[in-house]
Design a protein around this ligand. Structure first.
Ligand code: ADP
Ligand code: MG
Length: 247
């Protein structure tokens, strides 16, 4: 679905990503894992063209992302940014349906799609008229997910979708997310710094450190045959049994 070829990115004074190659398979969930500041969000934003690489290229379905097509291509990629990124002055419904209304969908079509997403994400329908400040953290994440799914994109890019939630809510939403991913069968790229969450939600993980990919593959493989002492340290630092369970 995505191919990154020798892609690198530098911000003033910081080499956020060293030149790296990455293949993101279609119809699977790929988890970008690694400590804060290692370049996960940067990598995600290079995939949907919000950032352009300094070197190398990003291919989406075999085609390079070209500036003149970015807006249309991005509509095929649902993106939930770190922290949710909801507009505070729009209601839950307003946030979820923003792009569809911008694209001049009929109101019947918008509402039919919204009903599907409310059911899929288990968002309470009577809270659709509330503003983000009047929603719980878990509800805000569900709105963010509805917004990312509104246009029925080919790809879902989710940046720490459960980052700021308390453990019980997080546990519940992890289960819901896994059900949603398996129901939809879409290509998902999910960023987390939580190993247990990555193990629970991902088919393959890409472990990063300081702008580099340290190792990628099924998590069990990283645990069994770590490519680098950092992999072992990362596992140990999370104090979790990784063998498949829900963290
Ligand atoms: P992660 O998502 O893994 O925490 P990021 O991709 O957000 O990491 O950041 C990688 C590095 O790039 C960090 O050192 C961060 O401070 C830096 N960085 C990210 N975005 C910007 C930006 N817009 N301007 C300057 N530095 C940035
Ligand atoms: Mg980040």
């Amino acid at each position: 679905m995505f191919e990154l070829e020798q892609v690198s990115k530098r911000f003033a004074g910081t080499q956020a990503l060293q030149p790296l190659d990455l293949h993101v398979p279609e119809g699977r969930t790929t988890v970008l894992l690694g400590p804060s500041g290692c370049g996960k969000s940067t990598l995600l934003r290079l995939m949907n063209g919000l950032l352009r690489p300094d070197t190398g290229r990003v291919l989406f379905r075999g085609q390079p992302l070209r500036d003149e097509e970015l807006l249309t291509v991005r509509q095929r990629m649902g993106y939930a940014l770190q922290g949710g990124g909801l507009f505070p002055h729009l209601t839950a419904e307003g946030n979820a349906t923003l792009m569809a209304r911008y694209l001049k969908w009929s109101s019947e079509r918008v509402h039919a799609r919204l009903r599907e997403l409310v059911e899929l994400t288990r968002f309470p329908p009577d809270a659709l008229g509330r503003y983000p400040g009047q929603l719980s953290g878990g509800q805000r994440q569900r709105v963010s997910l509805m917004r990312a799914l509104m246009l029925d994109p080919d790809v879902l890019l989710l940046d720490e979708p459960l980052g700021a939630l308390d453990p019980m809510i997080r546990y519940e939403l992890q289960g819901d997310l896994r059900d949603i991913f398996s129901r939809l069968g879409k290509t998902v790229v999910l960023v987390t710094h939580d190993l247990g969450e990555g193990a629970f939600l991902g088919d393959q993980v890409v472990l990063m450190r300081e702008g580099r990919i340290v190792q990628q593959g099924p998590l069990a493989e990283l645990e069994r045959a770590p490519a680098d002492p950092f992999v072992t340290r990362f596992f140990q630092a999370q104090r979790l049994p990784v063998s498949g369970g829900h963290a």
